[in-house]
Design a protein around this ligand. Sequence first.
Ligand code: RAM
Length: 506
Amino acid sequence: MKFIHDENFAKKAKALQKPLKHETRHPKSIVRIERDETAFQSLRAVKVKDLAFPLTLYSGQSVVLDFGDHCVGYLHYALNHLPLHITDSPVSLEFTFGEFPYEIIKSPEEYIGELGNGWLQNETRNIVFTPYTGALERRYSFRYLKIERIDTAKFPILVADLYADCTSAVRLSDARKFDIPDATLEKIYDMSVKTLKECEQDVFEDGPKRDRRLWIGDLRLQALTDNVTFRNEDLVKRCIYLFSAYRSDTRFVAQCVFPDSSPYVYEWLFFDYSLFYISCVYDFVTEYDDLSFVKETYPMALEQAERVWVVFINQREELNASFIDWCKGLDKSVAMLGVFIYTMKQLVSLAKKIGEEYEFLEKRIEKVSETLLSHFFSEKGLFVTENGQISWHSQIWAVLANVLPKEKNVGILEKMKNSDLEFYPHTPYMMHYYLEALYSCGLKDEAIREIKSYWGKFVDYNFDCCPEIFNSSDHFESPYGAPEINSACHAWSCTPAYWIYRYYHE
Ligand code: RAM
């Protein structure tokens, strides 16, 4: 596959790479996974006893360990034999890691998801001699670990020690702390910060379990939240440089970048994700006031707007090739016009900062806004797509485009909420933009109520982190046709920390 590789930007990204921080974490207890209708996915990890090494395992036996909190790291373990039972044939152990209990009990053989089953977190090891000390090479993302002895030898084996060497670019204690007078909001804040920390690795990963790579839509939200928590300026810059370094040959910024291995970009593209390159630069300079960075990246930011403009003029219907949300059947056309206007306004602001021409961009904003209003704003007071679809997504992005007076925008959000619309946000990612729409209309208290009602459920279910997808009426919803492949710690859901910070500081 062809892509444009900018060596200069790649070098800059490399220069900002830093060693990760390590923390050793031991499992806390042995648990049993039980059915419980009141728990998330009707499964609960119930403590059996505190964990003490050594653990004895006979052939056919298994044990589920609970690390007490979400971990991202490498498993180390030591095995031994009893003095009178030497290891006279290899021992086979099967390790199954789970962020949620469901991954522990779901058999990998039953997997029917669309993504490769390699993302399932299990691995078998054969150990020929004991005493043995070793580690699994792959990094895992988990709270629970099942170890099953699958060889048939009669002698027992001792797990003498076992721990996770956890990694992250930051420590939880590095995050800004401030008084949050509401207990639920405080828990949501802490959970959001923990989520971001787990995803903050060599790059901002979308999820440490899967896909473990830098996605631009996710980066935007991670960077916003990082600005008010860890303030890892160099990592944000490194990630923007990485996107600048690898573009598709159609000149669109890559949707995602693999930090460690080539090829670095995919062929397919989401128009909204490419435009969020502009937002990443805009947010960065708003926070860190680095004008030389704007000068370096502006040509590429402009290029994204130019490329999407050509599509808008020639084949507007193609704009549906965008991400927007994991919502089946969603017509993305109106939302996409909103994203275009929203990011072009940010581009104008960047152009003004560095003395670039911007009048032509303002004319384009006028043209797209006019299309949005004259073609899609119905007399019902809501935005309707050409095929008659009325979604939350269209309303939210039209409000964010800010093409109507504030009272009208407020009215749209109210009407949207009170109508029973079939197409609504399915991810915390899309919920973020709903919160932004509320904030932009001055409805901060309403935004906080939404955070408490949506993310508050994660607190009620005792999640450690915020997940990739959440539907309170279907705990098994999965964009990939298999909930065991969903990610329970996903960066795009960490933004309540950003909103809560703003709520108490503005
Ligand atoms: C999934 C990941 C990622 C997201 C893309 C569009 O693969 O969840 O976070 O940005 O989809």
